[in-house]
Write a protein that binds this ligand. Sequence first.
Ligand SMILES: [Zn+2]
Length: 113
Amino acid sequence: MLEYFKVLIMKKKGLKCKCGFTAKETKLGFLGYKINGWKCPKCKEEYHDPVEAEKILLLNKLKKTSFEVKVGQIRSNLIVRIPKEVEKALSLEKGEEITLKVSSKEKIELITA
Ligand SMILES: [Zn+2]
């Protein structure tokens, strides 16, 4: 939460670079993704948005993880729960429409965008 407020302040005033210049808001590459950040026009130092960077790091961690989830039932429908970490990393919300695709006899995919 503290990081979030720091980002808001940086967005308003611009980010003061360690060289003394003001870094400008821009899109920066981060582990193969484009995220918001600031780049200093003088020394070319780059500062990534810490909230977005943290989300990418969590996403990369989750890509190497698999979750054992139990199939439940609500009335006549089978259900599976989405783990909290996945919900946060993908910014999923209740009521959101996602696509379910059967890929094979053993594989179901959920596509969020
Ligand atoms: Zn600088």
